[in-house]
Design a protein around this ligand. Structure first.
Ligand code: A3P
Ligand code: MG
Length: 258
C-alpha cells in the first residue's frame, strides 16, 4: 500500500491519543520526577507507538526521535515520522504545553498527521481539520520558551505582534490552528519529527507552511535536521517572508563586532 487513506489518519489519531493518555498517567503516578520523568515519558510513549505501527502497518518504515535511525527508510515511499513526546522539558516541569506527534510522510510529503495535546483534551488530525478562527488583534506570535527565533522577535516588534512563549513545536503549531496565535516562526534548530505531524495538520487546516526562505518542508531526508519553519495565514505569508529576508540581509550586512 503506498497511497494515504482515511484509515491512516484515523490510525495516527488513535496512536497519538493512546500515547498521550499513557503519558498523563505516567506523570500522575509520581513514580518519576524532573529529567527522569521526561526520559521515562520519551521511552514509554515511543514503545507504544512503535508497537502499534509494527502491528498495524508492518510494511511501513518509521523514523522516531527516540529510536536509532534505520537508513532503510530512505528506500521506502511510506515513512511514519513520530515524536513520542514533543516538549519533554515542559512535560517534566508539570506544564501543559507538550504533545505527541504521529505523521505519515509519503514520497517526502507530510501526507497524514495527528497531534495530541493531552492536557487540553484535544487531538487534531488531518482527517478532521478544524475551521480557522478569526485572527487576533494585535496579532500573536508563538515562539520557543527557551530558544525564541531572533527573526520572530524582530518581526513581532516590526508588526506590533505580541510574543507568546510556549513549549513544544506541536503545541505552538496547534495554537495557530486553534486561533490562540496567528504566527509560529522558528529558526536555529529542529528535526523532522518536531514538525512533520504539526505541519500536516496546519496545512490541512488551510494555513501557509514553509521553511523561512519560503521553500517547501521536505521529509524522510538522509539528514533529518530541519531547522526552521513558518506557519501563518496564507494571506500574510508573502509579507512575513519578505520581512524575514529583510532581517537576514540586515544581519548579514552588519559589520562584525570587534
Ligand atoms: N535550536 C534547536 N535545536 C534542536 N532542537 C530544537 C531547537 N529548538 C527547538 N528544538 C526542538 O523542537 C521542539 C520544540 O522546542 P521549543 O519548545 O523550544 O520550541 C523540542 O523537541 P523535543 O521536546 O521533542 O526535544 C526541541 O528539542
Ligand atoms: Mg520534538
Amino acid at each position: 500500500m503506498n497511497g494515504a487513506g482515511n484509515d491512516d489518519a484515523a490510525l495516527a489519531r488513535r496512536i497519538a491519543d493512546a500515547a498521550g493518555a499513557v503519558l498523563v498517567t505516567l506523570r500522575q503516578s509520581g513514580l518519576f520526577a524532573g529529567k527522569a520523568l521526561g526520559a521515562a515519558g520519551d521511552r514509554v510513549a515511543n514503545a507504544l507507538i512503535l508497537q502499534a505501527l509494527a502491528d498495524e502497518r508492518p510494511d511501513d518504515a518509521v523514523l522516531s526521535e527516540e529510536s536509532v535511525d534505520n537508513p532503510e527508510r530512505l528506500e521506502r515511499r511510506r515513512v511514519w515520522i513520530v515524536d513520542p513526546l514533543d516538549g519533554t522539558r515542559e512535560y517534566s516541569e508539570g506544564r501543559d504545553d507538550w504533545a505527541v506527534h504521529v505523521a505519515l510522510a509519503i514520497d517526502g510529503e507530510p501526507a497524514i498527521g495527528a497531534v495530541a495535546l493531552p492536557k487540553l483534551g484535544l487531538t487534531l488530525a488531518t482527517d478532521t481539520p478544524p475551521a480557522l478562527p478569526s485572527r487576533n488583534m494585535p496579532p500573536k506570535m508563538v515562539v520557543s520558551r527557551s530558544r525564541p527565533a531572533p527573526e520572530a522577535v524582530a518581526i513581532a516588534k516590526e508588526i506590533g505582534a505580541d510574543l507568546l512563549p510556549m513549549g513544544s513545536a506541536g503545541a505552538k503549531a496547534m495554537a495557530v490552528v486553534r486561533g490562540e496565535a496567528d504566527i509560529y516562526l522558528h529558526s536555529g534548530g529542529q528535526y523532522e519529527w518536531d514538525s512533520c505531524a504539526p505541519i500536516a495538520v496546519a496545512r490541512a487546516a488551510g494555513l501557509h507552511v514553509s521553511r523561512i526562505d519560503g521553500s517547501a518542508m521536505e521529509y524522510n531526508c538522509a539528514d533529518v535536521y530541519l531547522p526552521d519553519l513558518l506557519i501563518c495565514r496564507k494571506e500574510e505569508a508573502s509579507s512575513l517572508l519578505a520581512a524575514i529576508r529583510r532581517i537576514a540581509a540586515t544581519t548579514s550586512a552588519a559589520p562584525a563586532k570587534p
